[in-house]
Design a binder for this molecule. Structure first.
Ligand code: NAI
Length: 331
């Protein structure tokens, strides 16, 4: 029998946590033959709710779930974990300044970085979901210098999946037949959903999305803004965040990272920039990514037209500003 993999979910008593932990326990993240031990962290005011989630995990009798650690102690939560999904964070509340929210999250991610660095299993893979996701991941990277930077990523797979969903609806094709969209940059409204290299599987071979849509105005306008603003649209409709799709995409992100992306297709992940596509090095930026043997790499050499170039630069600019703001919170 396979050894269980220890999966940490922070903010486990929250909306996304509640949707995510049963998916992990059912094998949606690591596969149907991979036992797991769930580590759930939240803060003391959420203790009761967290214990309620633990009770439900017991009640669901998941065959793959070999244990549950539910705790408000960061060290206990991080000890021995192989995968860390960081969903916990400080939300922006009405009337709060950007800097105040950033400052709260910088201090959370700084301390959780140290706990992971000291107590997680070697080669632990980290996915940051909590907003501002890219910058939280960057802070985590800076304060966990012994964790290789390639092990620290943030979630833009939800945006990627949203883009696939929009194309599928527009063309009335199955979402599984659409591939190779790209989310560039920040998980924010400046992200750039790019379909210039995307294609659809048809009975007569793969066809470019641009050709099939045949309407550049839609692709350069409404398509982009719909994907950029989808999170807000869901909050407006549900009065709660997009927890189901965020949880599902977090499973997709880790599954593809660990088990690999299919031949000929890529996904989007926020990773530490090496300067590819003239994106400043030292930002956590979403790129087109393939994965093999548990390692990701940036898809190189794709052509970038003028329209795209401006969008790539704009979202990089926002990330540089976020980075400065985050650093100003440290001093
Ligand atoms: P939520 O407010 O329901 O849950 C957050 C949980 O984190 C709460 O239970 C809270 O007690 C906990 N928490 C706060 N500080 C913590 C700390 N220091 N350590 C551990 N836990 C802590 O929020 P929800 O809806 O689950 O969203 C979580 C985060 O994910 C938010 O930042 C949200 O903006 C972000 N998000 C990111 C998406 C992405 O695609 N990257 C998509 C949707 C949401």
């Amino acid at each position: 029998a396979k050894e269980p993999v220890r999966v940490l979910v922070t903010g486990a008593a929250g909306q996304i946590g509640y949707a995510l932990v049963p998916m992990v326990a059912r094998g949606a993240m690591l596969g149907l033959n991979q036992p797991v031990i769930l580590h759930m962290l939240d803060i003391p005011p959420a203790t009761e709710a967290l214990n309620g989630v633990k009770m439900e995990l017991v009640d669901a009798a998941f065959p793959l779930l070999k244990g549950v650690v539910a705790t408000t102690d960061v060290i206990e939560a991080c000890t021995g974990v192989n995968i860390a999904v960081m969903v916990g964070g400080f939300p922006r509340k009405e009337g709060m300044e950007r800097k105040d929210v950033m400052s709260k999250n910088v201090s959370i991610y700084k301390s959780q970085a140290s706990a992971l660095e000291k107590h997680a299993a070697p080669n632990c893979k980290v996915l940051v979901v909590a907003n501002p996701a890219n910058t939280n991941a960057l802070i985590l990277k800076e304060f966990a210098p012994s964790i290789p930077e390639r092990n620290i990523t943030c979630l833009t797979r939800l945006d990627h999946n949203r883009a696939l969903g929009q194309i599928s609806e527009r063309l009335n094709v199955h979402v599984g037949d659409v591939k190779n969209v790209i989310i560039w940059g920040n998980h924010s409204s400046t992200q750039y959903p790019d379909v210039n290299h995307a294609s659809v599987k048809t009975s007569s071979g793969d066809k470019p999305v641009r050709e099939l849509v045949g309407n550049d105005e839609w692709l350069k306008g409404e398509f982009i803004t719909t994907v950029q603003q989808r999170g807000a649209a869901i909050i407006k409709a549900r009065k709660l965040s997009s927890a189901l799709s965020a949880a599902s995409s977090a499973c997709d992100h880790i599954r593809d990272w660990v088990l690999g992306t299919p031949e000929g297709s890529w996904v989007s992940m926020g990773v530490y920039s090496d300067g590819s596509y003239n994106v400043p090095a030292g930002l956590i930026y979403s790129f087109p990514i393939t994965c093999k043997n548990g390692e990701w790499s940036i898809v190189k050499g794709l052509s970038i037209d003028d329209f795209s170039r401006k969008k790539l630069d704009l979202t990089a600019q926002e990330l540089s500003e976020e980075k400065s703001l985050a650093y100003s919170c440290l001093s």
